[in-house]
Write a protein that binds this ligand. Sequence first.
Ligand SMILES: [Zn+2]
Ligand SMILES: [Zn+2]
Length: 315
Amino acid sequence: MLDRRSFGLSLLASLASAAAPQIAAAQPATGASKLVLIGTKGGPRVGGPRNNPSNLLLVDGVPFVVDCGYGAARGVVNAGVKLPDIRYIFVTHHHSDHNLEYGNIVDAAWSSGLNAPIRSFGPKGTVEMTDLYWKLNRFDVETRIADEGKPDPRKLLQPTDIEEGVILDIPGVKVSALRVPHPPIADNFAYKFETKVGVIVFSGDTAYSEKLANFAKGADILVHESLYEPGVDRMVARVPFAATLKEHLLASHTKTEDIGRVAAIAKPKLLVLSHLVPGDDPTITDDMWLEGVRKNYDGKAVVAKEQMAIDLPLP
Ligand SMILES: [Zn+2]
Ligand SMILES: [Zn+2]
């Protein structure tokens, strides 16, 4: 089991020698700008040192949540962010490792005093999922509104079903969506945040995509999903009902060698490997994750860990 603090120190030490961007433990939001990796394991299974997918981007202290896998709410709290401060939520696609806590994170924010709108963005189905979430929880919501005098959370969560293109444009932050391949899901998006503190691209779940590489050109940070092919057979052997799992993984995710090809085109200042599959095999070291990338890319790259925080702007 990794000790987060000792990991952070060793990461800092190893990065310092390479004059890499400053990476520090997550601190409470105080108008700060940073990227915090909340959940770094691909897939919906729960357990082990890594959590299900979620990312937190803070721009001048305003939290943007990208994907809401199981544990996202707790992870955001652990990063020092108050849930009612969340203003924007983005879901890349409707696999459960990316949306299971979509409603719950808002519910948890409401429980902690949410009293301002949260805008959410996701593929077709996001509006319906929002509606169904409140139907599922109608008894609790209506009881608490009447009994505790809370505001109606159904009016505070404002969802949008997105298509490709610019989906949000506010002072200091412009967000664009790009459809990326993740069969059999067609409504599946990468997101680019062009902010006053840098450009951050989240690949979402994707097979190798040159289109994504071009979309990410000029990014400060590219957070790319990651498949370590030699670990897949061992994982499939551990997981029940996995007959077609390997086939799905190879067709719909990006092998580390191919992440290197994407990065060689995009040339981000920092490449972050996240959404690790398998994300619960302790025998796969950071060097093993990066080995394939290095065959095609020699820029700065790190393997994400829970609560890894990257200060923005990059130096
Ligand atoms: Zn996923
Ligand atoms: Zn997926």
